[in-house]
Design a binder for this molecule. Sequence first.
Ligand SMILES: C[S@@+](CC[C@H](N)C(=O)[O-])C[C@H]1O[C@@H](n2cnc3c(N)ncnc32)[C@H](O)[C@@H]1O
Length: 186
Amino acid sequence: MKNGRSALSDIYILRLGHRIYRDLRVSTHCALVAYAYGARGITFSGEKDEGLIEEVTRTVRRWGGDFTVTYEEDWRGFITNFKRRGGFIIHSTMYGINLPDVVERLRENLKEKDALLIVGSQKVPSDVYKMADVNVAVTNLPHSEVASIATILDWIFQGKELSRKLPNAKIRVIPQERGKKVVKNI
Ligand SMILES: C[S@@+](CC[C@H](N)C(=O)[O-])C[C@H]1O[C@@H](n2cnc3c(N)ncnc32)[C@H](O)[C@@H]1O
């Protein structure tokens, strides 16, 4: 296991166009879903939201693992640099190639390269479609960036990410048929 998720390289998320009041809940969910489903980090662009970054960072510190949370104003430069360093760019959009038809190509690239998975919020600028190595859809129907992150990561990692135990956790759930049990200060 290269990173506790699978034999594949790391996947980072880029969340475009965050708006502080409108998107707080959905952007938080993008980060938590990315974290839970085995991404290596998330970068937010759009309005700088220190509260959002602090909240997700605090959660990661408690529940463990090595997940980075950052902000980047210049998202075009960020994508270009990621690509220049040999990374593979995936853009999640309902207009792309449906996931079942492209997942093997994603997995092949991830054997050698880190990937950046871009999701939008408001209308995504047209150059993102051109900068991407692959525009991938989770069905060609409109739905949600949260669902698309979960589905794309789960298909790439083939469900292995669901059984990870995160290192450096301060708290962990002990699964129960009924009721709640957690251990702290592990
Ligand atoms: C609420 S949608 C807004 C899409 C917007 N109308 C546009 O033209 O880009 C926000 C984000 O969810 C993701 N998304 C929504 N439906 C999707 C789908 N069927 N497949 C993949 N990603 C999807 C995309 O990343 C999109 O940028």
